[in-house]
Design a protein around this ligand. Sequence first.
Ligand code: IMP
Ligand code: ZN
Length: 353
Amino acid sequence: MSVNMEELEVFCKQLPKIELHAHLSGSITRECLHEIYKKRKEAEPSIELEDPMIVIPPGKVDYDLETFFPLFSKYIYQLCNDVQSVRYSTKRVLQDFEADGVAYLELRTTPREFKETGMSKEQYVETVLESIEQYEKDASTSMKTVLLLSVDRRDSFQKALECIDLAIRYKYRGVVGVDLCGDPMKGDVTIFREVFSKAQENGLGVTLHFAEAAKTSNDEELLVLLSFKPDRIGHVIHVSDAIRAKISRRKLALELCISCNVHAKMITGSFQDHHFRDWWVEKQCPLILCTDDVGVFCSPLSNEYTIVAQHFGLTRLQLWELSFQTISPIFSGEEEKIRLRNLMLSWREGNKL
Ligand code: IMP
Ligand code: ZN
């Protein structure tokens, strides 16, 4: 590795960054899953669960849309299914983001219930919120974390409404928005119109996974999603010229997950072929670099900044500007935006950029 590359990595790690698209369960490292596994195995030796180091081998990042989603439904959700494991994994995820130089984190998660342990969706959300509150009580932490609740594309209207109602109920404890995620090959998005407008009416931010899989990214579906009036959209891979023009006109904030898209083969080619380039050149929409699932794809946010410097030639000042312009699209209010602007301006001054 050349000295310049090492210096770039240090710069990207130290740069105060904003993470706006990170799924909680997808952000848990294999090491953390392994610790949870060991503890559970000690407590219940008869438990029929494989070691995460075997199920998700270290170094493996080539999960595609077919192998990625079962990782959660068939394994991670069975492993992390009680208060202790949710609490522990949330704390570890927060530590990892902060150690990578993240100053503000919008973590998202799908409320789920665990029949085996009797944990309800409400208890799940409370446990995650408590873990965040506990983490922020520690005087040595300065990262601000808020929560988004995700509707899964496979949800029924009723289930989706339940999720939005939970988000509204927990606004006072740091839920600031809602998301639509899940397997892009599944579900009928038209049924969610009402639930997302309820979220908006109640002052929540709305972000949607958008045009992830070629098969379901037809204009018909994408127009429905745009009609929900999202504040931000994620991935934005398979868009026609007509959809692209609409996104540009609206200047929608785009959550781009470069490593995830490359490793999961959601785009054709590699890093240098990512659509970050087109949107960067076009300069119409705020671009937000995001990890999506750092536990699976093993690329922390600092590495996403390194990637755009390496493959698209961004200078250090441009990297700083890229991070700075992600302040406006956050879902927290003006007070937090001011804190982040001050933090970033003084960092820029201190680093003589
Ligand atoms: P959780 O919501 O905290 O349980 O995080 C894992 C969940 O996030 C997965 O089960 C998926 O539903 C969702 N997810 C993670 N990454 C993606 C993605 O790239 N596209 C769509 N959904 C995703
Ligand atoms: Zn995602």
